[in-house]
Design a binder for this molecule. Structure first.
Ligand code: GLN
Length: 511
Protein backbone atom coordinates (compact mmCIF):
# COMPACT_ATOMS: atom_id res chain seq x y z
CA UNK A 1 0.00 0.00 0.00
CA UNK A 2 1.01 3.56 -0.46
CA UNK A 3 2.33 4.97 2.84
CA UNK A 4 1.32 8.48 1.84
CA UNK A 5 -2.36 7.87 2.58
CA UNK A 6 -1.77 7.11 6.26
CA UNK A 7 0.17 10.30 6.97
CA UNK A 8 -1.53 13.12 8.83
CA UNK A 9 -1.91 16.43 7.00
CA UNK A 10 0.81 17.91 9.23
CA UNK A 11 3.23 15.09 8.39
CA UNK A 12 2.43 15.27 4.72
CA UNK A 13 2.92 19.05 4.70
CA UNK A 14 6.31 18.62 6.33
CA UNK A 15 7.43 16.11 3.69
CA UNK A 16 6.18 18.36 0.94
CA UNK A 17 8.15 21.27 2.32
CA UNK A 18 11.27 19.12 2.71
CA UNK A 19 10.90 18.00 -0.90
CA UNK A 20 10.72 14.28 0.09
CA UNK A 21 7.46 13.92 -1.75
CA UNK A 22 5.58 15.93 -4.35
CA UNK A 23 2.00 17.07 -4.11
CA UNK A 24 1.34 15.19 -7.32
CA UNK A 25 2.45 11.92 -5.70
CA UNK A 26 0.47 12.58 -2.54
CA UNK A 27 -2.63 13.58 -4.47
CA UNK A 28 -2.37 10.62 -6.84
CA UNK A 29 -2.03 8.27 -3.86
CA UNK A 30 -5.35 9.55 -2.54
CA UNK A 31 -7.07 9.51 -5.93
CA UNK A 32 -5.90 5.90 -6.40
CA UNK A 33 -7.14 5.06 -2.95
CA UNK A 34 -10.55 6.53 -3.72
CA UNK A 35 -10.69 4.55 -6.96
CA UNK A 36 -9.78 1.36 -5.08
CA UNK A 37 -12.09 1.54 -2.08
CA UNK A 38 -14.79 4.16 -2.47
CA UNK A 39 -17.19 1.76 -4.05
CA UNK A 40 -17.25 0.08 -0.67
CA UNK A 41 -17.56 3.19 1.50
CA UNK A 42 -19.43 5.65 -0.71
CA UNK A 43 -17.74 8.65 0.87
CA UNK A 44 -17.50 10.70 -2.32
CA UNK A 45 -20.22 12.03 -4.60
CA UNK A 46 -17.76 13.56 -7.01
CA UNK A 47 -14.02 13.15 -7.53
CA UNK A 48 -12.02 16.09 -8.86
CA UNK A 49 -10.70 14.97 -12.26
CA UNK A 50 -8.06 17.70 -12.30
CA UNK A 51 -6.71 17.09 -8.78
CA UNK A 52 -3.34 15.73 -9.86
CA UNK A 53 -2.96 18.45 -12.46
CA UNK A 54 -3.63 21.10 -9.80
CA UNK A 55 -1.13 19.35 -7.52
CA UNK A 56 1.51 19.47 -10.24
CA UNK A 57 0.98 23.22 -10.58
CA UNK A 58 1.71 23.59 -6.85
CA UNK A 59 4.86 21.47 -7.22
CA UNK A 60 6.00 23.73 -10.05
CA UNK A 61 5.46 26.86 -7.98
CA UNK A 62 7.42 25.31 -5.13
CA UNK A 63 10.22 24.27 -7.49
CA UNK A 64 10.35 27.85 -8.79
CA UNK A 65 11.16 28.99 -5.25
CA UNK A 66 7.82 30.58 -4.45
CA UNK A 67 7.03 30.94 -0.73
CA UNK A 68 3.96 28.79 -0.23
CA UNK A 69 1.53 28.29 2.63
CA UNK A 70 2.47 25.53 5.11
CA UNK A 71 -0.33 23.30 3.84
CA UNK A 72 0.33 23.92 0.14
CA UNK A 73 0.01 20.71 -1.83
CA UNK A 74 -1.96 18.85 0.85
CA UNK A 75 -5.12 17.22 -0.54
CA UNK A 76 -8.48 17.86 1.12
CA UNK A 77 -12.06 16.57 0.75
CA UNK A 78 -15.00 18.98 0.72
CA UNK A 79 -18.53 18.34 1.97
CA UNK A 80 -21.03 18.74 -0.85
CA UNK A 81 -22.90 21.45 1.11
CA UNK A 82 -20.18 23.88 -0.04
CA UNK A 83 -20.21 25.51 -3.45
CA UNK A 84 -17.22 24.73 -5.60
CA UNK A 85 -16.62 26.54 -8.87
CA UNK A 86 -16.53 24.04 -11.70
CA UNK A 87 -17.41 21.04 -9.48
CA UNK A 88 -20.97 19.86 -8.86
CA UNK A 89 -22.49 20.90 -5.54
CA UNK A 90 -25.69 19.09 -4.67
CA UNK A 91 -26.01 19.22 -0.89
CA UNK A 92 -27.00 15.57 -1.22
CA UNK A 93 -30.25 16.48 -3.01
CA UNK A 94 -31.88 15.62 -6.32
CA UNK A 95 -32.98 19.24 -6.32
CA UNK A 96 -29.41 20.32 -7.16
CA UNK A 97 -28.30 17.28 -9.14
CA UNK A 98 -25.92 18.40 -11.86
CA UNK A 99 -25.68 21.99 -10.61
CA UNK A 100 -22.18 23.38 -11.07
CA UNK A 101 -21.87 26.65 -9.16
CA UNK A 102 -20.17 29.62 -10.81
CA UNK A 103 -18.35 30.53 -7.60
CA UNK A 104 -16.42 29.08 -4.67
CA UNK A 105 -17.54 29.23 -1.06
CA UNK A 106 -15.14 31.45 0.90
CA UNK A 107 -13.71 28.45 2.76
CA UNK A 108 -13.03 26.72 -0.57
CA UNK A 109 -11.41 29.86 -2.00
CA UNK A 110 -9.20 29.98 1.10
CA UNK A 111 -8.13 26.34 0.68
CA UNK A 112 -7.20 27.08 -2.89
CA UNK A 113 -5.36 30.27 -1.97
CA UNK A 114 -3.31 28.19 0.48
CA UNK A 115 -2.45 25.81 -2.38
CA UNK A 116 -4.45 22.88 -0.99
CA UNK A 117 -5.79 20.42 -3.55
CA UNK A 118 -9.49 19.50 -3.59
CA UNK A 119 -9.95 15.72 -3.93
CA UNK A 120 -13.69 15.95 -4.45
CA UNK A 121 -17.07 16.39 -2.82
CA UNK A 122 -18.28 14.17 0.00
CA UNK A 123 -21.65 12.58 0.59
CA UNK A 124 -24.14 13.88 3.13
CA UNK A 125 -27.74 13.69 4.27
CA UNK A 126 -29.94 15.75 1.95
CA UNK A 127 -29.48 19.46 2.78
CA UNK A 128 -27.56 18.35 5.89
CA UNK A 129 -30.66 17.01 7.63
CA UNK A 130 -29.93 13.75 9.38
CA UNK A 131 -27.55 11.81 11.59
CA UNK A 132 -26.68 8.82 9.42
CA UNK A 133 -26.15 9.94 5.79
CA UNK A 134 -29.00 7.58 4.89
CA UNK A 135 -31.04 10.58 3.70
CA UNK A 136 -28.61 11.35 0.89
CA UNK A 137 -30.43 11.26 -2.45
CA UNK A 138 -27.40 9.48 -3.92
CA UNK A 139 -27.11 6.44 -1.67
CA UNK A 140 -25.57 5.90 1.74
CA UNK A 141 -22.01 6.18 2.99
CA UNK A 142 -20.70 3.22 4.98
CA UNK A 143 -18.73 3.32 8.20
CA UNK A 144 -15.14 2.12 7.55
CA UNK A 145 -15.13 0.40 10.97
CA UNK A 146 -18.11 -1.75 9.99
CA UNK A 147 -19.72 -1.40 6.58
CA UNK A 148 -23.07 -2.58 7.93
CA UNK A 149 -23.24 0.56 10.02
CA UNK A 150 -23.80 4.24 9.34
CA UNK A 151 -20.95 6.78 9.47
CA UNK A 152 -23.10 9.32 11.32
CA UNK A 153 -24.50 12.42 9.67
CA UNK A 154 -25.07 14.64 8.09
CA UNK A 155 -21.38 14.76 7.18
CA UNK A 156 -20.85 11.00 7.03
CA UNK A 157 -18.96 11.32 3.74
CA UNK A 158 -16.26 13.63 5.08
CA UNK A 159 -15.79 11.57 8.25
CA UNK A 160 -15.72 8.25 6.37
CA UNK A 161 -13.29 9.63 3.77
CA UNK A 162 -10.88 10.67 6.53
CA UNK A 163 -11.35 7.45 8.52
CA UNK A 164 -10.89 5.25 5.42
CA UNK A 165 -7.68 7.05 4.41
CA UNK A 166 -9.36 8.49 1.33
CA UNK A 167 -8.37 11.99 2.45
CA UNK A 168 -6.05 13.23 5.19
CA UNK A 169 -8.42 16.03 6.10
CA UNK A 170 -11.87 17.32 5.14
CA UNK A 171 -14.36 20.14 5.51
CA UNK A 172 -17.75 19.63 7.11
CA UNK A 173 -20.68 21.70 8.32
CA UNK A 174 -22.24 21.54 11.75
CA UNK A 175 -25.75 22.87 12.40
CA UNK A 176 -26.67 20.42 15.14
CA UNK A 177 -23.68 18.10 15.26
CA UNK A 178 -22.98 17.11 11.66
CA UNK A 179 -19.22 17.41 12.12
CA UNK A 180 -18.88 16.16 15.69
CA UNK A 181 -21.26 13.19 15.66
CA UNK A 182 -19.82 11.58 12.47
CA UNK A 183 -16.34 12.20 13.89
CA UNK A 184 -17.35 10.41 17.10
CA UNK A 185 -18.67 7.29 15.37
CA UNK A 186 -15.82 7.01 12.84
CA UNK A 187 -12.91 7.56 15.27
CA UNK A 188 -11.93 10.93 13.82
CA UNK A 189 -11.57 14.48 15.15
CA UNK A 190 -14.17 17.12 14.26
CA UNK A 191 -14.62 20.74 15.28
CA UNK A 192 -17.53 23.15 15.20
CA UNK A 193 -16.01 26.61 15.53
CA UNK A 194 -17.58 29.55 17.37
CA UNK A 195 -20.57 30.85 15.38
CA UNK A 196 -19.20 33.53 13.06
CA UNK A 197 -15.63 32.28 13.30
CA UNK A 198 -15.66 30.71 9.84
CA UNK A 199 -17.43 32.18 6.82
CA UNK A 200 -20.71 30.63 5.69
CA UNK A 201 -20.59 32.38 2.31
CA UNK A 202 -21.19 29.68 -0.28
CA UNK A 203 -22.43 27.12 2.24
CA UNK A 204 -25.86 25.96 1.09
CA UNK A 205 -27.88 27.20 4.05
CA UNK A 206 -29.75 24.83 6.35
CA UNK A 207 -30.45 26.95 9.45
CA UNK A 208 -28.54 30.19 9.18
CA UNK A 209 -28.41 30.99 12.91
CA UNK A 210 -26.88 27.58 13.65
CA UNK A 211 -24.71 26.63 10.63
CA UNK A 212 -20.92 26.62 10.98
CA UNK A 213 -18.22 25.20 8.73
CA UNK A 214 -15.36 23.29 10.32
CA UNK A 215 -12.61 20.68 9.93
CA UNK A 216 -12.59 16.87 10.15
CA UNK A 217 -9.25 15.07 10.50
CA UNK A 218 -7.41 12.19 12.14
CA UNK A 219 -5.52 14.40 14.61
CA UNK A 220 -6.32 17.50 16.66
CA UNK A 221 -3.36 19.33 15.13
CA UNK A 222 -4.68 18.71 11.61
CA UNK A 223 -8.06 20.22 12.49
CA UNK A 224 -6.26 23.22 13.95
CA UNK A 225 -4.18 23.66 10.79
CA UNK A 226 -7.29 23.56 8.60
CA UNK A 227 -9.20 25.89 10.92
CA UNK A 228 -6.34 28.40 10.64
CA UNK A 229 -6.72 28.30 6.84
CA UNK A 230 -10.51 28.73 6.65
CA UNK A 231 -11.19 30.97 9.66
CA UNK A 232 -11.33 34.73 10.09
CA UNK A 233 -13.48 37.61 8.95
CA UNK A 234 -15.27 37.55 5.61
CA UNK A 235 -17.15 40.67 4.51
CA UNK A 236 -19.41 38.46 2.39
CA UNK A 237 -20.96 36.83 5.46
CA UNK A 238 -22.91 39.34 7.56
CA UNK A 239 -22.54 37.16 10.67
CA UNK A 240 -18.79 36.77 10.30
CA UNK A 241 -16.94 38.01 13.37
CA UNK A 242 -14.44 40.82 13.03
CA UNK A 243 -11.74 39.73 15.41
CA UNK A 244 -8.20 38.49 15.45
CA UNK A 245 -7.96 34.77 16.14
CA UNK A 246 -4.87 33.17 17.64
CA UNK A 247 -3.07 30.39 15.75
CA UNK A 248 -4.97 27.21 16.59
CA UNK A 249 -2.09 25.09 15.29
CA UNK A 250 0.23 26.77 17.79
CA UNK A 251 -2.33 26.04 20.54
CA UNK A 252 -2.52 22.36 19.53
CA UNK A 253 1.27 22.08 19.48
CA UNK A 254 1.56 23.65 22.92
CA UNK A 255 -1.10 21.35 24.34
CA UNK A 256 0.09 18.17 22.68
CA UNK A 257 3.61 18.64 23.93
CA UNK A 258 2.69 19.44 27.53
CA UNK A 259 0.83 16.28 28.58
CA UNK A 260 -0.23 18.36 31.54
CA UNK A 261 -3.70 19.53 32.50
CA UNK A 262 -2.99 20.88 35.97
CA UNK A 263 -4.98 23.94 36.87
CA UNK A 264 -7.54 23.32 34.13
CA UNK A 265 -11.14 22.95 35.33
CA UNK A 266 -13.20 20.38 33.39
CA UNK A 267 -16.94 20.42 33.95
CA UNK A 268 -18.95 17.24 33.40
CA UNK A 269 -22.39 18.34 32.20
CA UNK A 270 -24.82 16.39 34.35
CA UNK A 271 -27.60 16.47 31.73
CA UNK A 272 -25.28 14.91 29.11
CA UNK A 273 -24.16 12.16 31.46
CA UNK A 274 -27.53 10.54 31.78
CA UNK A 275 -29.58 7.49 30.89
CA UNK A 276 -29.68 8.66 27.25
CA UNK A 277 -26.04 7.58 26.87
CA UNK A 278 -25.29 3.94 26.01
CA UNK A 279 -23.39 2.01 28.68
CA UNK A 280 -20.31 1.31 26.52
CA UNK A 281 -20.02 5.02 25.72
CA UNK A 282 -20.41 5.83 29.41
CA UNK A 283 -17.66 3.36 30.29
CA UNK A 284 -15.21 5.00 27.87
CA UNK A 285 -16.25 8.42 29.18
CA UNK A 286 -15.42 7.38 32.77
CA UNK A 287 -11.97 6.24 31.58
CA UNK A 288 -11.42 9.53 29.76
CA UNK A 289 -12.37 11.44 32.91
CA UNK A 290 -9.92 9.31 34.93
CA UNK A 291 -7.16 10.04 32.40
CA UNK A 292 -7.88 13.78 32.60
CA UNK A 293 -7.71 13.66 36.40
CA UNK A 294 -4.50 11.63 36.34
CA UNK A 295 -2.94 14.34 34.17
CA UNK A 296 -3.75 16.97 36.81
CA UNK A 297 -7.09 18.21 35.47
CA UNK A 298 -9.63 19.26 38.04
CA UNK A 299 -12.93 17.58 37.24
CA UNK A 300 -16.15 19.05 38.62
CA UNK A 301 -19.86 18.53 37.93
CA UNK A 302 -21.89 21.31 36.40
CA UNK A 303 -25.55 21.46 35.61
CA UNK A 304 -27.39 22.91 32.62
CA UNK A 305 -31.07 22.14 33.30
CA UNK A 306 -32.29 23.69 30.03
CA UNK A 307 -30.33 21.09 28.03
CA UNK A 308 -33.26 18.77 28.70
CA UNK A 309 -35.26 20.87 26.22
CA UNK A 310 -32.47 21.35 23.68
CA UNK A 311 -33.60 18.65 21.22
CA UNK A 312 -37.20 19.91 21.30
CA UNK A 313 -36.17 23.55 20.82
CA UNK A 314 -33.71 22.67 18.04
CA UNK A 315 -36.35 20.70 16.12
CA UNK A 316 -38.55 23.80 16.05
CA UNK A 317 -35.86 26.38 15.29
CA UNK A 318 -34.08 24.30 12.65
CA UNK A 319 -37.18 23.41 10.60
CA UNK A 320 -38.41 27.02 10.85
CA UNK A 321 -35.18 28.40 9.40
CA UNK A 322 -34.84 25.53 6.92
CA UNK A 323 -38.36 26.01 5.58
CA UNK A 324 -37.48 29.61 4.85
CA UNK A 325 -34.01 28.86 3.40
CA UNK A 326 -35.31 26.10 1.14
CA UNK A 327 -37.95 28.37 -0.36
CA UNK A 328 -35.26 29.39 -2.87
CA UNK A 329 -35.59 26.01 -4.64
CA UNK A 330 -38.47 27.21 -6.73
CA UNK A 331 -37.74 25.50 -10.08
CA UNK A 332 -36.74 28.86 -11.57
CA UNK A 333 -33.28 29.69 -10.33
CA UNK A 334 -31.36 26.47 -9.79
CA UNK A 335 -31.34 22.80 -10.43
CA UNK A 336 -34.36 20.65 -10.99
CA UNK A 337 -37.42 21.78 -12.92
CA UNK A 338 -40.37 19.49 -13.45
CA UNK A 339 -42.35 20.87 -16.37
CA UNK A 340 -46.08 20.63 -16.27
CA UNK A 341 -47.27 21.69 -19.72
CA UNK A 342 -50.03 24.26 -19.64
CA UNK A 343 -49.79 24.50 -15.88
CA UNK A 344 -49.39 27.57 -13.69
CA UNK A 345 -46.07 28.63 -12.13
CA UNK A 346 -47.44 27.40 -8.84
CA UNK A 347 -48.06 23.90 -10.26
CA UNK A 348 -44.54 23.72 -11.70
CA UNK A 349 -43.07 24.77 -8.37
CA UNK A 350 -45.14 22.24 -6.48
CA UNK A 351 -44.28 19.45 -8.93
CA UNK A 352 -40.58 20.33 -8.77
CA UNK A 353 -40.48 20.48 -4.99
CA UNK A 354 -42.53 17.31 -4.75
CA UNK A 355 -40.08 15.43 -6.96
CA UNK A 356 -36.86 17.11 -5.84
CA UNK A 357 -37.03 16.90 -2.04
CA UNK A 358 -36.77 13.66 -0.09
CA UNK A 359 -39.11 12.70 2.78
CA UNK A 360 -37.02 14.07 5.66
CA UNK A 361 -36.63 17.44 3.95
CA UNK A 362 -40.36 17.59 3.27
CA UNK A 363 -41.11 16.66 6.87
CA UNK A 364 -39.00 19.55 8.12
CA UNK A 365 -40.38 22.07 5.63
CA UNK A 366 -43.91 21.19 6.75
CA UNK A 367 -42.93 21.30 10.43
CA UNK A 368 -41.16 24.63 10.06
CA UNK A 369 -43.91 26.24 8.03
CA UNK A 370 -46.40 25.14 10.66
CA UNK A 371 -44.25 26.42 13.55
CA UNK A 372 -43.96 29.83 11.89
CA UNK A 373 -47.60 30.20 10.91
CA UNK A 374 -49.82 32.90 12.38
CA UNK A 375 -51.40 31.78 15.61
CA UNK A 376 -48.73 29.16 16.32
CA UNK A 377 -45.60 31.28 16.04
CA UNK A 378 -45.46 32.33 19.70
CA UNK A 379 -46.35 28.92 21.05
CA UNK A 380 -43.73 27.04 19.01
CA UNK A 381 -41.01 29.20 17.51
CA UNK A 382 -41.27 31.78 20.31
CA UNK A 383 -40.99 29.17 23.08
CA UNK A 384 -38.07 27.51 21.34
CA UNK A 385 -36.23 30.82 21.18
CA UNK A 386 -36.77 31.26 24.92
CA UNK A 387 -35.22 27.85 25.54
CA UNK A 388 -32.33 28.96 23.39
CA UNK A 389 -31.75 31.94 25.68
CA UNK A 390 -31.89 29.64 28.73
CA UNK A 391 -29.30 27.34 27.16
CA UNK A 392 -27.01 30.31 26.58
CA UNK A 393 -27.42 31.37 30.21
CA UNK A 394 -26.86 27.85 31.54
CA UNK A 395 -23.67 27.64 29.51
CA UNK A 396 -22.47 31.03 30.73
CA UNK A 397 -23.00 29.88 34.29
CA UNK A 398 -21.26 26.55 33.64
CA UNK A 399 -18.30 28.36 32.11
CA UNK A 400 -17.93 30.54 35.19
CA UNK A 401 -17.15 27.31 37.06
CA UNK A 402 -15.26 25.34 34.42
CA UNK A 403 -12.79 26.24 31.65
CA UNK A 404 -14.01 23.46 29.38
CA UNK A 405 -17.10 21.25 29.49
CA UNK A 406 -16.84 17.56 28.71
CA UNK A 407 -19.38 14.93 27.69
CA UNK A 408 -19.71 12.03 25.29
CA UNK A 409 -19.84 13.47 21.75
CA UNK A 410 -22.58 11.06 20.64
CA UNK A 411 -24.96 8.99 22.78
CA UNK A 412 -24.16 5.68 21.02
CA UNK A 413 -21.62 4.12 18.70
CA UNK A 414 -22.49 3.80 15.00
CA UNK A 415 -25.90 2.20 14.51
CA UNK A 416 -26.97 -0.21 11.78
CA UNK A 417 -28.50 0.86 8.48
CA UNK A 418 -32.27 1.07 8.72
CA UNK A 419 -32.26 1.14 12.51
CA UNK A 420 -33.54 4.72 12.85
CA UNK A 421 -34.35 5.83 9.35
CA UNK A 422 -38.09 5.31 9.73
CA UNK A 423 -38.25 6.70 13.25
CA UNK A 424 -37.52 10.43 13.10
CA UNK A 425 -37.63 10.89 16.86
CA UNK A 426 -35.01 8.18 17.42
CA UNK A 427 -32.84 9.82 14.74
CA UNK A 428 -33.29 13.24 16.37
CA UNK A 429 -32.29 11.81 19.76
CA UNK A 430 -28.79 11.13 18.43
CA UNK A 431 -28.24 14.91 18.51
CA UNK A 432 -28.72 15.07 22.29
CA UNK A 433 -25.07 15.81 23.07
CA UNK A 434 -24.16 18.20 20.27
CA UNK A 435 -26.97 20.68 19.66
CA UNK A 436 -26.59 22.88 22.75
CA UNK A 437 -23.36 24.26 21.31
CA UNK A 438 -25.16 25.21 18.08
CA UNK A 439 -28.04 26.85 19.93
CA UNK A 440 -25.58 28.84 22.05
CA UNK A 441 -23.06 29.53 19.27
CA UNK A 442 -20.20 28.12 21.32
CA UNK A 443 -17.37 25.98 19.90
CA UNK A 444 -17.17 22.20 20.32
CA UNK A 445 -14.84 19.37 19.39
CA UNK A 446 -15.06 15.59 19.24
CA UNK A 447 -11.93 13.51 19.90
CA UNK A 448 -11.69 9.70 19.69
CA UNK A 449 -12.27 8.25 23.16
CA UNK A 450 -11.64 4.54 22.58
CA UNK A 451 -13.72 1.64 21.32
CA UNK A 452 -17.10 0.58 22.64
CA UNK A 453 -18.95 -2.71 22.15
CA UNK A 454 -18.14 -4.54 18.94
CA UNK A 455 -14.94 -2.54 18.53
CA UNK A 456 -16.75 0.62 17.40
CA UNK A 457 -15.37 4.13 18.04
CA UNK A 458 -16.73 6.54 20.65
CA UNK A 459 -16.06 10.27 20.92
CA UNK A 460 -15.33 12.70 23.72
CA UNK A 461 -16.79 16.18 23.33
CA UNK A 462 -15.06 19.30 24.62
CA UNK A 463 -17.01 22.55 24.70
CA UNK A 464 -15.51 25.98 25.29
CA UNK A 465 -17.00 29.46 25.81
CA UNK A 466 -17.69 31.77 22.85
CA UNK A 467 -14.48 32.79 21.02
CA UNK A 468 -12.36 30.33 23.03
CA UNK A 469 -11.83 27.76 20.27
CA UNK A 470 -8.17 27.90 21.23
CA UNK A 471 -8.92 25.97 24.45
CA UNK A 472 -10.36 23.10 22.43
CA UNK A 473 -7.15 22.72 20.47
CA UNK A 474 -4.85 23.18 23.41
CA UNK A 475 -6.55 20.83 25.85
CA UNK A 476 -7.86 18.62 23.06
CA UNK A 477 -4.34 17.89 21.86
CA UNK A 478 -3.27 16.98 25.39
CA UNK A 479 -6.27 14.70 25.93
CA UNK A 480 -5.79 13.14 22.51
CA UNK A 481 -2.28 12.11 23.54
CA UNK A 482 -3.52 10.75 26.88
CA UNK A 483 -6.37 8.73 25.36
CA UNK A 484 -4.17 7.49 22.58
CA UNK A 485 -2.45 5.39 25.22
CA UNK A 486 -5.79 3.62 25.78
CA UNK A 487 -6.68 2.94 22.21
CA UNK A 488 -3.81 3.90 19.89
CA UNK A 489 -3.01 0.21 19.36
CA UNK A 490 -6.53 -0.57 18.14
CA UNK A 491 -6.48 2.45 15.85
CA UNK A 492 -3.16 1.43 14.34
CA UNK A 493 -4.55 -2.07 13.69
CA UNK A 494 -7.63 -0.60 12.06
CA UNK A 495 -5.61 1.68 9.81
CA UNK A 496 -3.29 -1.15 8.83
CA UNK A 497 -6.25 -3.37 7.99
CA UNK A 498 -7.84 -0.57 5.97
CA UNK A 499 -4.65 0.20 4.14
CA UNK A 500 -4.18 -3.44 3.20
CA UNK A 501 -7.80 -3.48 2.20
CA UNK A 502 -8.85 -6.16 4.67
CA UNK A 503 -12.08 -5.93 6.61
CA UNK A 504 -10.88 -4.97 10.08
CA UNK A 505 -11.64 -7.35 12.94
CA UNK A 506 -14.86 -6.26 14.60
CA UNK A 507 -15.69 -8.47 17.55
CA UNK A 508 -13.21 -8.71 20.36
CA UNK A 509 -10.98 -5.95 19.06
CA UNK A 510 -8.49 -5.22 21.76
CA UNK A 511 -8.88 -1.74 23.07
N1 GLN B 1 -28.64 15.60 13.08
C1 GLN B 1 -28.81 17.00 12.92
C2 GLN B 1 -30.06 17.26 12.10
O1 GLN B 1 -30.54 16.34 11.53
C3 GLN B 1 -27.57 17.52 12.29
C4 GLN B 1 -27.71 18.66 11.35
C5 GLN B 1 -26.42 19.30 10.96
O2 GLN B 1 -25.56 19.53 11.80
N2 GLN B 1 -26.31 19.65 9.70
O3 GLN B 1 -30.55 18.33 12.03
Amino acid sequence: MNQLISLSAAELAERLRAGDVSSEEATRAHIDRIAAVDERYGAYLHVNASATEQARAIDERRAAGEQLHDLAGVPVAIKDVLTTKGMPSTSGSKMLEGWVPPYDATVVARLKAAGMVALGKTNMDEFAMGSSTEYSAFGPTRNPWDVDRVPGGSGGGSAAAVAALEAPIALGSDTGGSIRQPAAVTGTVGVKPTYGGVSRYGAIALASSLDQIGPVSRTVLDSALLHDVIGGHDPRDATSLEREWPSFAAAAKRGGASGDLSGVRFGIVKELDSEGIASDVQARFREAVAAIEAAGGEVIKVTAPSFTYAVAAYYLILPSEASSNLARFDSVRYGLRVEEPGQTVERVMAATRGAGFGPEVKRRIILGTYALSAGYYDAYYGSAQKVRTLIQRDLERAFSEADVLISPAAPTTAFKFGEKVDDPLAMYASDLTTIAANLAGTPGMSIPMGLGDGGLPTGLQLMAPMFEDERLYRYGATIEALLNQNWGGALALQNAALAEDRQPAQEGTDR
